[in-house]
Write a protein that binds this ligand. Structure first.
Ligand SMILES: NC(=O)c1ccc[n+]([C@@H]2O[C@H](COP(=O)([O-])OP(=O)(O)OC[C@H]3O[C@@H](n4cnc5c(N)ncnc54)[C@H](OP(=O)(O)O)[C@@H]3O)[C@@H](O)[C@H]2O)c1
Length: 265
């Protein structure tokens, strides 16, 4: 029986790489996104492989129910759900329109909740995996990313509880925390008034590739690991945050202050 993976936000970056990785490993893949041109490109890359491209909004509960219903209708089962869809932001909290804060929570956090709620009954049947794409920001917040960090901390709290609810019933929950990864996320990141910032303030070429994140996520899921923390810098941030949190406050401030056009004072 062919296994089936759902990947939310599969039109770009880490999600796109996960779609291609799961498809290359023989899974039928269902993926969501809103950008027609990017969705089309992924469809072309998948070619003859079995897939379902769903133009749906991760922040909408009914869209998530539709995602699961259509996947079941087409493929009959769900073995893996990857809650990946996400956006970022860059602004001081004091300047931030609270609608932007809400939007981040709606997509990054509630999006994962709605997808998991709809898919869980099917994953309980297959004793499959639920994979949350969080961030190093789910362990350690950074300035000018208050809404983003909050959404990732919330995600990790939820998936930690869920893991212990389903662990005696054969369902596996993996939380993946990528460090800086080259993708579209810093181009679409929202500024204080909700406009996309357009240009990445960081050198994307120096970052981990989305293909490497997808590869390592797939392997960690096969081994039914609990956590995957990526990049040397990311591992150091998590470690130092436990050891010397107030020193890390200053180190992180200095690091973020070096970003061009940063809003820090
Ligand atoms: N890149 C990094 O440095 C990094 C680091 C840590 C964690 N992450 C996490 O990795 C995940 C993927 O991000 P990425 O870096 O690959 O960014 P990306 O290239 O911008 O991709 C984001 C994906 O999410 C989708 N998406 C966003 N809002 C959506 C919505 N409302 N409904 C449906 N799909 C939506 C986008 O699809 P459409 O545009 O087609 O809607 C796109 O496919 C995110 O959860 C992010 O927080 C990234």
């Amino acid at each position: 029986m062919q296994k089936v993976a759902i990947i939310t936000g599969g039109s770009s970056g880490i999600g796109r790489s996960l779609v291609l990785k799961y498809a290359s490993e023989g899974y039928a893949v269902a993926f969501t996104g809103r950008n027609g041109a990017r969705m089309q490109q992924v469809e072309e890359e998948l070619g003859e492989r079995p897939y379902l491209a769903l133009h749906l909004d991760a922040a909408d509960q009914e869209d998530n129910e539709k995602m699961v219903a259509e996947t079941i209708e087409k493929f009959g089962r769900i073995d893996v759900l990857v809650c990946n869809a996400g956006i970022s932001m860059r602004a001081l909290f004091e300047d931030l329109d609270l609608e932007v804060f809400k939007k981040l929570m709606d997509i990054n956090f509630y999006g994962a909740i709605y997808a998991t709620k709809a898919a869980l009954p099917h994953i309980l049947k297959t004793k499959g995996s639920i994979i949350a794409i969080s961030s190093i920001n789910g362990w350690r917040s950074t300035p000018a990313r208050s809404a983003y960090s909050s959404s990732k901390f919330a995600m990790q709290g939820f998936f930690e509880a869920l893991r212990t609810e389903v662990m005696t019933r054969g369902v596996h929950v993996l939380v993946v925390c990528p460090g800086f990864t080259s993708s579209n996320i810093r181009n679409t990141a929202l500024t204080a008034d909700g406009k996309a910032q357009g240009e990445s303030p960081r050198d994307e070429k120096k970052m981990m590739t989305s293909e490497e994140v997808a590869e390592r996520t797939f392997v960690a899921a096969q081994k039914r690991k609990r956590d995957l923390i990526l990049t040397f810098e990311g591992k150091m941030a998590v470690f130092l945050n436990k050891l010397i949190p107030s020193r890390l406050d200053k180190m992180i401030y200095k690091m973020m202050k070096k970003e061009p056009d940063n809003p820090l004072k």
